[in-house]
Design a protein around this ligand. Structure first.
Ligand SMILES: Nc1ncnc2c1ncn2[C@@H]1O[C@H](COP(=O)(O)OP(=O)(O)OP(=O)(O)O)[C@@H](O)[C@H]1O
Length: 488
């Protein structure tokens, strides 16, 4: 559709865009990214024919840009420039109707049914029909932006050039506008080239990205290949992290500000509060967590940690909601709490501290083995899940990588199995060695300050402490449980 070959351009003597080459397929969305002043708008001006090339060629449908008359070009390309505050005193309908100009034959050409249909569709699709008879001067920035998009769409272009289209739009209209463009690429065979400052929006909606720096191409590829931590950090001169999107295989860039959580918070045994109803810990600052808890599960940042006693026959249609209510009622905020449940007596918890070199951890375990399970034979069992019994918490006074968080979960799980072996705990149904209970839960939480921990497998510094700590605490917690059972 569009082909840019070795294109250079700029203003007067100054060459701003240098030797840029790329092609855009029909129905593709190409995003142009780059820091302020990197030449994005200049390149757009070159593509739309406003700014002549100093070198190279640009073709649209294999025909050189210079071979098109301005009216012919307007039938192919529509441009939505960056929104400016000034606007003429036209109504919304008049403004959108101007988009039909390239399709009209002569000054006094009749307004055709096709013109009317294109204007109505464009206004409907962009949600501006309700303002149809209002002056665009009376609209908000976001509403005006949608009117100019409607004008561009009414033009029925094959190629749409956009400069920061989501500027001024709230989240909902950003999504609507970009969903609409994506849809038009298939329904109207539209091709889109758009400048973006928001890297994450560009990642979500663009098929490919062109990243510019000082007028030159840094990279031209899929979002996954362009939005890499090292590339973005170098080009934008900012600390970032590239993370996964929860639903799509598209990277999302998160800024890492220079201000972090200030003081270095250390988790110690003294922070635990144990009552007959629960074990609770409120950290001085939020901790990064990974857990399989009832609330606050998965990856997150949490400040409150609760392991709550529930009766053996606890049954609730929505234990998540019920647990949130319990946590809120007790004065913690459910959104910042990792909450677990256990049927064992919480007074029997075992909490111990471990330290090696610069690194320290606190392990807390509540354990009961009434519903112990041999995972290898669990497929033979039919009974329902009951409240969790072996709940393990591991607090790390260090900074963990993502790998370390996951390896810490694995190491802790292996250690728990070892504790059950040591005590010869059996699955009461199969009479084979148990590997856990039916609903065990695990938390790894880290202060994310101090010693950096890249790995947490069994023979790493952290892994060794987790291995020793979880085995010792689990064994002791099961002994406490057995003592109470035999004693009662
Ligand atoms: N009309 C002009 N005359 C002279 N120089 C210009 C003109 N327009 C832009 N420039 C210069 O060209 C360079 C690139 O500007 P351009 O607007 O293309 O950057 P950009 O990547 O779109 O920036 P931004 O993200 O800030 O919109 C800048 O150094 C700018 O000062």
């Amino acid at each position: 559709m569009l082909n840019v070959q070795d294109a250079s351009g700029g203003y007067g003597e100054q060459t701003v865009v240098k030797n840029v080459s790329f092609g855009v397929e029909q129905q593709e969305i190409l995003g142009i990214l780059g820091p302020n002043g990197s030449g994005k708008t200049t390149l757009m001006k070159m593509i739309s024919g406003i700014l002549p090339l100093k070198e190279g060629t640009i073709t649209i449908r294999d025909r050189d840009l210079s071979a098109y008359s301005s009216k012919q070009l307007a039938k192919e390309i529509a441009v939505l420039p960056q929104l400016h505050s000034h606007a003429f005193d036209y109504t919304v309908r008049e403004t959108v109707s101007m988009g039909r100009y390239p399709h009209q034959k002569g000054m006094f050409a009749p307004w055709t049914k096709k013109d009317e249909a294109a204007v109505v569709e464009a206004m409907n699709q962009t949600g501006v029909t309700e303002f149809e008879h209002q002056s665009i001067q009376d609209l908000s920035g976001g509403e005006r932006q949608r009117v100019f998009l409607a004008q561009a769409l009414a033009q029925e272009p094959k190629l749409l050039l956009l400069d920061e289209p989501t500027n001024h739009l709230d989240l909902s209209y950003q999504k609507q506008l970009l969903d609409l463009l994506k849809e038009w690429t298939t329904t109207h065979e539209l091709t889109v080239v758009s400048i973006f400052h928001d890297l994450n929006i560009a990642s979500l909606y663009c098929d490919r990205l062109l990243l510019l720096q000082a007028g030159e191409t840094v990279r031209l590829s899929s979002p996954g290949e362009v939005l890499k931590k090292d590339i973005v950090e170098k080009v934008y001169q900012a600390r970032v992290e590239a993370q996964v999107h929860p639903e799509l295989p598209k990277p999302q860039i998160t800024l890492l500000p220079e201000h972090g959580q200030n003081s270095r918070s250390i988790i110690t045994k003294d922070l635990f509060q144990i009552s007959g109803k629960h074990i609770a810990l409120t950290a001085p600052q939020s901790l990064k967590t990974i857990s399989s808890a009832v609330i606050g599960a998965g990856l997150g940042w949490h400040r409150h940690f609760v392991n709550r006693h529930v009766p053996m026959d606890y049954e609730c249609a929505d234990s998540y909601e019920e647990m949130c209510r319990y946590v809120d009622k007790n004065g913690w905020n459910a959104a910042s709490t990792v909450g677990m449940m256990t049927a064992v007596m919480v007074e029997d918890v075992v909490i111990r501290e471990y330290q090696q070199e610069e690194l320290s951890i606190v392990v807390a375990v509540t354990a009961g083995v009434g519903n112990a399970v041999d995972v290898s034979l669990a497929h033979k069992r039919q009974e329902k899940q009951t409240a969790g019994t072996i709940n393990s918490w591991i607090f790390v006074n260090g900074k963990l990588s993502d790998e370390a968080f996951i390896q810490a979960m694995m190491t802790a799980t292996e250690a728990k199995v070892k504790a059950l072996q040591q005590l010869n705990v059996k699955d009461p149904v199969t009479q084979t060695l148990a590997t856990g209970t039916s609903t065990d839960s695990l938390l790894v939480a880290a202060v994310q300050k101090g010693s950096y921990v890249q790995y947490a497998g069994p023979i790493t510094l952290l892994g060794k402490m987790i291995g020793k700590g979880v085995v010792e605490c689990t064994v002791k917690a099961i002994e406490n449980y057995r003592k109470r059972k035999n004693g009662s």
